[in-house]
Design a protein around this ligand. Structure first.
Ligand code: FAD
Length: 375
């Protein structure tokens, strides 16, 4: 209940895929300790603000399709069950998988609990939440990006008479029939949402750079291999052969491929300002719009860490060169998930595990020394 203080060695904030991957390795330390293979293991808890399991996946739009097949979208220990629908798995399939995952490993997830303020103490951290206070030696922050949508500021926004939405607000085509819609953003969410809407609305797709598609025949295995080679090169201090982004930005999932091949995904350059009835480019060209959908990405959601006064660049905290998830400002503070800045492919289902493993090892070593076994 509110007002109670609980103590753990490691507090994980966020119970999406990144938080669960950390939980998997923290559990493994406890298993190793129980089997006499290591010294005492840290105890831990996972706080999650959502009412249900599944992290951000439960909020994605209905037509969303994973980049890769189930076999290449798994967290450590337990494979995502095969998907029997068309194409790659849906977001709901991931939600089911994550719910099963946390039950399978009896992960100590407390929800709904929102961490509001993390403060440093002499031997660790105090975390205030909307339901009690936690103390811990280590904090692993895994709150994702979903709660921090990014929308660029353009002149005239306040005089625009239409509606403005972000990717995070988009659920399905319902309510868009017959409307003039501008979809902004040349990455996967922009392409997928523009493709989804072309069936019912007059869609203009606007991108800063000409859209760049990954080869149609690239599959999840290839994406995974590229990410792995990239991660290995970074870890060895060698020049990277290029991450997934060097191949192109947009995965041509079947719905996107179909809309593109039908000629519905002709991209226009970015406009410069709003006018009351729409938008305008520098050359004076104007376009009427009822709705603008900003598919312009997210920033890390780090509000709960504000009291720590972290050094940031473009909203991204500074982390260690030796272990990308480790804060250089605060000993015992780690970041998991979010993006490549806290570990190569750390924000993907398949990449979350490797960073979680190294991070849990480092977290455990900041007190007692056990390291999780690989088996
Ligand atoms: P989240 O899933 O956002 O989980 C964070 C959790 O922390 C949430 O449950 C949230 O409620 C909780 N939380 C937040 N703040 C607090 C707080 N203060 N206190 C307590 N709890 C808090 N990756 C792939 O591998 N394959 C794909 O096909 C793919 N498609 C994607 C499509 C889209 C549209 C997006 C946006 C991402 C996609 N990703 C994909 C990337 C990535 O896998 C997801 O973004 C994933 O949800 C990130 O997981 P996470 O655990 O880091 O964060």
């Amino acid at each position: 209940s509110t007002g109670e203080t609980r103590d753990v060695d490691v507090l994980v904030i966020g119970g999406g895929q990144a938080g669960l991957a950390a939980g998997f390795y923290l559990n493994r330390l406890r298993r190793d300790a129980a089997a006499g293979r290591s010294g005492p293991a840290p105890n831990f808890a996972i706080l999650d603000a959502n009412n249900r399991a599944g992290g951000a996946w439960q909020h994605y739009w209905d037509s969303l399709e994973l980049f890769s097949p189930a076999a290449y979208s798994s967290l450590p220990g337990y494979q995502m069950p095969p998907w029997h629908g068309q194409g790659n798995p849906s977001a709901d399939h991931v939600v089911d998988y994550l719910r099963t995952y946390e039950a399978r490993y009896s992960l100590p997830v407390h929800r709904p609990v929102t961490a509001t303020a993390v403060q440093q103490t002499t031997n660790g951290y105090t975390t205030e939440t909307d339901n009690g206070r936690w103390t811990s030696r280590v904090v692993i922050s895994a709150t994702g990006n979903w709660n921090a949508p990014y929308i660029p500021q353009l002149p005239g926004s306040e005089q625009f008479l239409g509606r403005q939405l972000h990717t995070a607000d988009y659920r399905d085509r319902h309510g868009f029939a017959g409307l003039k819609v501008i979809v902004v953003g040349g990455a996967n969410s922009g392409a997928q949402i523009a493709a989804d809407l072309t069936a019912v609305a007059a869609v203009t797709w606007v991108t800063r750079k000409p859209p760049h598609y990954l080869p149609d025949d690239i599959d999840g295995r290839a994406l995974f291999q590229i990410a792995t080679q990239h991660a290995r090169a970074v870890a060895n201090g060698e020049p990277s052969p290029g991450g997934v982004a060097s191949f192109g930005d947009i995965v041509a999932v079947p719905a996107v491929r179909a809309a593109r091949d039908a000629g519905h995904l002709q991209a226009s350059p970015m406009f410069s300002r709003f006018i009351p009835g729409g938008v305008q480019w520098d050359n004076g060209h104007e376009l009427e719009a009822d709705v603008i959908i900003w598919c312009t990405g997210f920033r890390p959601d780090l509000q709960h860490l504000q009291p720590l006064g972290l050094t940031t660049r473009n909203g991204i905290p500074e982390t260690s060169a030796a272990l990308a998830s480790r804060s250089t400002d605060c000993p015992g503070l780690f970041f998991l998930g979010y993006g490549d800045w806290c570990g190569p492919a750390s924000a993907t289902l398949i990449g979350a595990g490797a960073m979680a493993r190294d991070t849990v090892a480092a977290a455990a070593a900041s007190g007692a020394p056990p390291v999780p076994s690989t088996e």
